[in-house]
Design a protein. Structure first.
Length: 382
């Protein structure tokens, strides 16, 4: 074997060893979660692509270019380009898998009409999209399913719920997905934005949906709320906290992986981080000392739908991941316990093999979809 080939072989072995080392560090230091999976895929793919690229150059006998890539600034540029391309491909695959796993179905013009970006207020984010099935009858009353997107109250957009709006509109229900004003920070208050303002926006959106559909000639007289993650939390919190003031009566809630509890240990074991999240969501300063000595108890309870679950008989369909690293089992346990204690109808679908994205239980996805239709038929009456 020539010295050049030996050197090339050593480089290949070193790159492979680096990949194994990186994977090992992530595996032992971090719990498996979607972010880790994406990092592993991006790092591994980048190194393999770079090795493949150098292999092609070696076969073409471009030794000077190989030397410049391995020893000069060009190497950094090439790796960053390869890493960026791989990251985009990995993110795209993750998003694609999520959409596919969520029950995406194609929307044809014959399925109905989609009205985009309808304002329900004066702020930039105060918009909703409305999905009207082609089968709507102006001589009958109808129900609306309103979907609230997730994103830790700080990111996300209403189009994240486009696929599920289409899915249930094709089943004959009017559906809508709304934007709402998001927090700018998760560690301190955002002026003018908190859970109360988000609930106010949900209420304004429901009112405008009722008005808009009436202007179109449709009579809407009942509502179901749904959401994913932070959106699920908001759906539950609005349903049980604002039941009496809702412009449309709420027949049921169906949500996925919605956070329920904000006490120490539910999200974080660090009192400082719990205080930061409580400050952001409540819009008032909460300290770590107040978390540990119990002075923040009233604030923490106000962030959860559980204290409001008492006399309102709003059935709940919920699903959580058995391997969810973000919204831990304590959340669904406390939700179900509160519902059962108050004798409120509830159904829980356990995605035992899934993390926060609920990707790995196809049978449960179908069971959840069927349960939504059963809830609608039972509590909407059609």
């Amino acid at each position: 074997m020539s010295p050049a080939k030996k050197k090339f072989l050593r480089i290949g072995v070193a790159a492979f060893s680096l990949l194994i080392f990186f994977i090992s560090v992530l595996h032992f230091l971090c719990p498996m979660n979607p972010i880790k999976k994406m990092l592993l895929g991006t790092a591994g793919g980048s190194i393999l692509l770079l090795v493949s690229f150098i292999s092609v150059l070696h076969l073409l006998s471009l030794k000077k270019l190989i030397r410049r890539i391995l020893t000069g600034a060009a190497g950094t540029v090439v790796f960053l380009i390869v890493f960026s391309i791989t990251a985009l491909l990995t993110c795209g695959c993750n998003i694609g898998n999520r959409i596919q796993s969520s029950g995406y179905t194609a929307w044809e013009k014959t399925d109905g009409t989609i009205c985009k970006s309808i304002p329900y207020g004066t702020k930039k984010k105060e918009r909703f999209d409305l999905y009207l099935p082609a089968t709507l009858d102006t001589n009958k009353t109808h129900a609306v399913m309103l979907f609230i997107h997730g994103g830790a109250w700080i990111v996300g957009q209403r189009t994240d719920m486009d696929y599920v709006c289409k899915r249930y509109a094709k089943e004959g229900y009017i559906t809508a997905t709304m934007s709402y004003t998001l927090l700018k920070h998760l560690t301190r208050p955002t002026p003018g934005v908190n859970l109360t303002s988000m609930l106010d926006e949900i209420e304004a959106c429901i009112k405008q949906i009722k008005t808009t559909t009436a202007e179109m000639g449709y009579k809407v007289d009942q509502l179901a709320l749904s959401g994913y993650s932070a959106g699920g939390h908001l759906a539950l919190l609005y349903a049980f906290n604002r039941y009496e003031t809702s412009p449309l009566p709420i027949r049921f809630v169906f949500e996925q992986v919605g956070p329920i509890d904000f006490h120490l240990g539910s999200f974080e074991d660090d009192p400082k981080k719990v205080a930061q999240l409580a400050s952001a969501l409540s819009g008032t300063e909460v300290t770590a000392e107040q978390i540990t000595n119990g002075q923040a108890e009233k604030t923490l309870r106000s962030l959860s739908p559980v204290p409001y679950i008492h006399s309102q008989n709003i059935p709940v369909l919920c699903s959580y991941g058995g391997k969810d690293w973000l919204v831990k089992p304590i959340h669904r346990k406390r939700l179900i316990a509160a519902l059962e204690e108050n004798k409120i109808p509830c159904q829980f679908i356990d995605f035992q093999n899934s993390d926060h994205l609920l990707q790995d239980d196809p049978d449960c996805r179908q069971a959840y979809h069927q349960a939504v239709l059963e809830f609608a038929k039972k509590y909407f009456g059609y």
